[in-house]
Design a protein around this ligand. Structure first.
Ligand code: 3HC
Length: 312
């Protein structure tokens, strides 16, 4: 297909809210946007394993350890689905990984905050995975087929993650006064950073309009943030805890949930690499990558042997 016919075909797919598949012609900017968003998302899943993996050895029971291990393993799987989806756009996984360990790629701001108590495992599951679900369910309808299909499976697993976080907080909240306070402190720590996961306010979000025009993003950052606040307001009551924000209210005119101001300078600092854990997260990722070199070499040698056997 030449560029003119390709563009016409692409425009028709967009107008019909249909799916673009890897072999379809697509504008270079659409391809770049997808690689940017999908690779950032993949990196977030992989870096996101760290705060929770740190707690596997300290989980309070065998049951909690098993659940946490399964969850961390799921995040690795999500990273793999997403790297595979991005590879269908022509960018090799090695290249994306190089960018991450060189500190040139973005990953979610949220994973640059420390998880300081067991209750943080609950708050991460409930708030962070809750925000991820709110943001990612609409991505199951993203226009790029491999991304949308990967998101369906990811969202199912994220629902389990959110429930396990909710259950940790519920148990702590129904425990002793000290345990309840631990749960409340964790919610206080993770509330604002989880709201920032949705990205900058709409009037400061350079990519949103184009991504929405291409049916990649379905809703704006602020719209999703507002929906998330509404979900949390209901659930926090069941937990017997509170959200650290006395400005939350439902605006009857706009029919949207509103929240108190967020510190966008802090967000910018974290994105610039100056969050509390940026350096540690990247350092651990680098050493894990180096430690895993022998596995990659062995897998490549095995694949070469298999190919040689088929060719012989
Ligand atoms: N953390 C880090 N960077 C962020 C960010 C965040 N929370 N929010 C926005 N940014 C970056 C953007 O990537 C963009 O930078 P770039 O132009 O260099 O790529 C810049 O800030 C401006 O933001 P925009 O709103 O214009 O960017 P987008 O239109 O891409 O919207 C997004 C940002 C909402 C995060 C969107 O990319 C998205 O929905 N991504 C897919 C979901 C995702 O990546 N989630 C990661 C969450 S963690 C996770 O899923 C793991 C799970 O286990 C919890």
């Amino acid at each position: 297909m030449d560029d003119t016919a390709g563009q016409a075909n692409f425009d028709a797919l967009m107008a019909a809210d249909s799916r673009v598949e890897p072999r379809d012609w697509m504008p270079e900017a659409y391809r770049r946007t997808l690689v940017r968003q999908i690779s950032q998302h993949a990196h977030s899943e992989i870096i996101g394993m760290q705060p929770e993996a740190n707690w596997i050895t300290r989980a309070p029971s065998l049951r909690r350890k098993a659940i946490l291990m399964a969850k961390v393993q799921d995040e690795a799987g999500h990273g793999l689905y997403l790297y595979s989806a991005a590879e269908t756009l022509g960018t090799p996984r090695d290249e994306m990984m190089e960018a991450l360990i060189a500190g040139k790629a973005r990953y979610s701001s949220i994973f640059n905050y420390p998880a300081v108590s067991w209750a943080d495992m609950g708050a991460i599951g409930w708030l962070v995975d809750g925000a991820a679900i709110c943001n990612q369910v609409p991505l199951c309808r993203a226009s790029y087929g491999p991304y949308a299909r990967a998101m369906v499976r990811i969202c199912k697993e994220e629902s389990f993650h959110q429930r396990q976080g909710f259950e940790i907080l519920l148990e702590l909240s129904r425990g002793s006064a000290v345990q309840k306070q631990m749960a409340q402190d964790a919610v206080n720590r993770w509330y604002a950073p989880s709201l920032m996961m949705f990205g900058p306010p709409d009037d400061d979000s350079p990519n949103s309009l184009q991504s929405m025009a291409w049916n990649i993003k379905r809703f704006s950052n602020d719209e999703l943030r507002s929906r998330f606040v509404g979900m949390m307001v209901e659930q926090v009551e069941v937990l017997g805890l509170t959200l650290p924000d006395d400005q939350i209210r439902f605006n009857e005119e706009t029919k949207k949930w509103e929240h108190g101001p967020l510190d966008w300078n802090e967000f910018k600092d974290v994105l610039a690499g100056h969050g509390p854990c940026n350096a540690q997260r990247l350092e651990r990722r680098r050493s894990a990558h180096d430690d895993g070199a022998w596995v990659r070499e062995a897998a490549a040698a095995y694949a070469a042997k298999q190919q040689a056997a088929v060719a012989a």
